[in-house]
Design a protein around this ligand. Structure first.
Ligand code: PRT
Ligand code: MG
Length: 226
């Protein structure tokens, strides 16, 4: 049996075409079913539906053989025991620093004052500000980071940005781009040894589908320029 851990929402949606390319069809829609283990068209492949932040944990401890997780989640969790063969180029976004439009971030950073930063990404934020030599007080939140500067909980947030609409709707502005984010395929290292042939086949099919999608995208980009 091959077990793949996925989170509901954007990663699930964007993974379906890759699974299809590997000949795998998930038989139930996780938004309609309450089941946490979903069958596929293949008797020896099943999908676990877990919280996005729990995907690396399931794969690390062998609850799942493979998983798909954002680079953001992986960096926060750490990648011990995990083999990362592929950047799937899905669920793309960036991780940024944002502040209230009326907050003078440049001076706050220059003056060496302590910056209060609210984030779910404590490890990423700590490393980023340490490299800049900026002193920060980190406040751990689990969601809706955008609220923190609005009510004075923090001066800044470190959060994911995709269209920028959430920041705009809350009168926040992006002041630093920390890094680009996309989702990665992760594999349990012991499972890779024990079930090598089967897992290799899935990795290869995902790799082929990912490179086909990226060349289709570059053709689109070229044709939209003419
Ligand atoms: O929702 P839940 O608490 O269960 O978990 P989660 O929020 O970690 O899961 P999910 O499904 O929302 O995100 C899973 C992964 O998708 C993340 O770990 C990222 O790798 C990736 N991803 C890509 C994003 C976004 N784009 C994104 N825009 N995850 C979250 N967002 C949020 C962001 O946090 C912000 O609140 O969307 C908002 C900003 O979007 P824009 O378009 O308004 O800029
Ligand atoms: Mg979410």
């Amino acid at each position: 049996m091959i077990t793949l851990a996925l989170s509901k929402g954007r990663i699930f949606e964007e993974t379906l075409p890759l699974l299809r390319a590997a000949g795998i069809e998930v038989l139930e829609d996780p938004d309609k079913s309450r089941k946490l283990i979903l069958a596929t068209n293949l008797d020896d492949v099943r999908v676990l539906v877990v919280r996005a932040t729990d995907v690396p944990t399931y794969v690390q401890y062998g609850g799942a053989d493979l998983g798909i997780t954002g680079k953001d989640t992986l960096l926060e969790h750490g990648s011990e025991g995990l083999y990362q063969p592929l950047d799937l180029q899905i669920a793309k976004c960036r991780i940024s620093v944002a502040v209230r439009a009326d907050f003078d971030y440049a001076s706050a950073v220059k003056q060496g004052s302590r910056l209060k930063v609210a984030t779910k990404y404590v490890a990423i934020a700590r490393e980023f500000f340490a490299a800049k030599g900026v002193h920060v007080d980190l406040i751990k939140l689990y969601g809706s980071m955008e609220l923190a500067p609005l009510v004075g909980l923090s001066d800044a947030i470190v959060d994911l940005v995709s269209t920028g609409n959430t920041l705009k709707a809350n009168q926040l502005v992006e002041v630093e781009h920390i890094m680009d984010i996309s989702s990665r395929l992760i594999v349990n290292q012991a499972a890779l040894k024990l079930k090598q042939a089967r897992i290799r086949k899935i990795i290869d099919a995902f790799a082929a589908a990912t490179s086909a999608a990226s060349s289709a995208n570059s053709v689109l980009a070229l044709s939209s320029r003419t």
